[in-house]
Design a protein around this ligand. Structure first.
Ligand code: NDP
Ligand code: 2IT
Length: 450
């Protein structure tokens, strides 16, 4: 069902009116509502309870000022938010993003998608997201520390292991989580699993760092296995060179794929020989320790640098967008289609705009939506919470095994709830949206009018 559906248009007109100036939020809701509307229409209990209207209104949004002092002793001011979207099936859970492009609308889209993603994992987690327009790029460690501490002075009142459990996202990695957790612990005077993505020495989980990228490739492999194929021998284009991208590349190489690209906000590197484990180790050091630019790759290993370009003009079998939202626009989708892409599997959140998603699916591309494909990160965050509550640490093998089972179960749920019949390709978008929705909606109906 597409936007010609009058009910969808009516719903979206109301949503846009209530939430002006939030295009990313409108986009995320539109994608969900156009697949859910037929499902909800057939089920009067959801309609009578106005579930879609209630699900698109956050439980609450906290907005606050963050003042901090830079290394030149100048006073700096940023804005931060925590969007606590829905806690029907568990405490709020979702990352924090530090990037100059962060707005309330961006965090509402992310928090909204997190509800469905977290539900799909099968773990008891509600949906939330937070962040700030703070730009960590070019800041010293001390500046980042002071910013994180100042942010936590306010945030600590709103979070807790049974209330809301933040984690990382763009611009928030191991360093930021350590500063945030260190200050939370001090303010709350409690050592609990209130943040995830922590260091291994203080309650972190093995495989959390790798989980989103690994999980995305596991999901892709499940999609391929479902049609008696595998990622082995396939060429892959990956965007981004952050947490998600690097570990997607690591797992893709391990499973025998050939990875041709990586990127950052400056451009794309293309290595026709394939990025191997040795080159990847160098990129990890570049990005995780030296905080350098991806263009340095070609100075070290050769290949081509496409300045200011995304990877989607490079012919590939599988595309893994792992950088940010709306990084596949219609022109990009057309290039991917013309070059014969078979699968697009989303590591980032909403990397494909709605028009491009329709174009790719109409072109016969197998499409793995973010809510399902990148759920491995939050799933292992959920496992970190379990280990913290038990005061235990599971082995690498145990966590990785659980991650693989969770990704397999999410795939099965998508197939179960998708609209496909017979030999049609599985409609993973509908499968993920309906599969994530049912549990949350049933809980909301059971609670009555709240
Ligand atoms: P990182 O900050 O580690 O890396 C982000 C990467 O994307 C960098 O290479 C960055 O380049 C690039 N990037 C970010 N914004 C832009 C932009 N506006 N234009 C071009 N390139 C950009 O973030 P993550 O890897 O953690 O997150 C990547 C995506 O995955 C996001 O959509 C996030 O929401 C999603 N995600 C993350 C999870 C996690 O566990 N971390 C879990 C599930 C989803 P540069 O350094 O030049 O800015
Ligand atoms: O988008 C996401 O799922 C994340 N950034 C991870 C959230 C989490 O709580 O681990």
């Amino acid at each position: 069902m597409r936007s010609e559906n009058g009910d969808v248009e009516k719903f979206m007109a109301g949503l846009r009116k209530r939430n002006p100036g939030e295009p990313e939020f409108h986009q995320a809701v539109h994608e969900v509502v156009e697949t859910l509307m037929p499902y909800v229409r057939d089920r009067p209990a959801y309609q009578e309870a106005q579930i879609l209207e209630r699900l698109t209104e956050p439980d609450r949004v906290v907005i606050f000022r963050v003042c901090w002092e830079d290394d030149e002793h100048r006073v700096r001011t940023n804005r931060a938010w925590r969007v606590q979207f829905n806690n029907s099936i568990g405490p709020y859970k979702g990352g924090m993003r530090f990037h100059p492009s962060v707005t309330l609308g961006v965090l509402k889209f992310l928090g909204f998608e997190q509800i469905f993603k977290n539900s799909l994992t099968g773990l008891p987690m509600g949906g939330a997201k937070g962040g700030s327009n703070f730009n960590p790029k070019g800041k010293s460690d001390f500046e980042v520390m002071r910013f994180c501490q100042s942010l936590m002075v306010e945030l600590h009142r709103h979070i807790g292991e049974d209330t809301d459990v933040p984690a990382g996202d763009i611009g928030v990695g191991a360093r930021e989580i350590s500063y945030l957790f260190g200050h939370y612990k001090r303010l709350a005077n409690r050592f609990t699993g209130t943040l995830t993505g922590k260091g291994l020495a203080f309650g972190g989980s093995l495989v959390r760092m790798e989980a989103t990228g690994y999980g995305c490739v596991y999901f892709c492999e499940n999609m391929l296995n479902h049609r008696d194929d595998s990622i082995k021998g396939k060429t892959c284009a990956v965007s981004g060179s952050g947490n998600v991208a690097l570990y997607a590349v690591e797992k893709a190489i391990e499973l025998g794929a050939k990875v041709l690209t990586l990127s950052d906000s400056g451009g794309t590197i293309v290595d026709k020989e394939g990025i191997d484990t040795e080159k990847l180790a160098w990129v990890k050091d570049l990005k995780e320790k030296r905080r350098g630019r991806i263009s340095e790759y070609v100075e070290k290993f050769g290949g081509e640098y496409l300045e200011d370009q995304r990877p989607w003009s490079v012919p590939c079998d599988v595309a893994f967008p792992c950088a940010t939202q709306n990084e596949i626009e219609l022109e990009d989708a057309k290039k991917l289609l013309a070059n014969g892409v078979q699968i697009v599997c989303e590591g980032a959140n909403m990397p494909t705009d709605l028009e491009s998603m329709h174009a790719l699916r109409d072109g016969g591309v197998l499409f793995g939506p973010a809510k399902a494909a990148n759920a491995g990160g939050v799933a292992v965050s959920g496992l970190e919470q379990s280990q913290n509550a038990l005061r235990l640490s599971w082995s690498h093998q145990e966590v990785d095994q659980r991650l693989q089972v969770i990704m397999r179960d999410i795939h099965a749920k998508c197939v179960q709830y998708s609209n496909h019949g017979g030999d049609d390709p599985v409609d993973y978008v509908t499968g993920a949206n309906v599969g994530g929705f049912v549990k949350v909606a049933d809980a909301m109906v059971a609670y009555g009018i709240v």
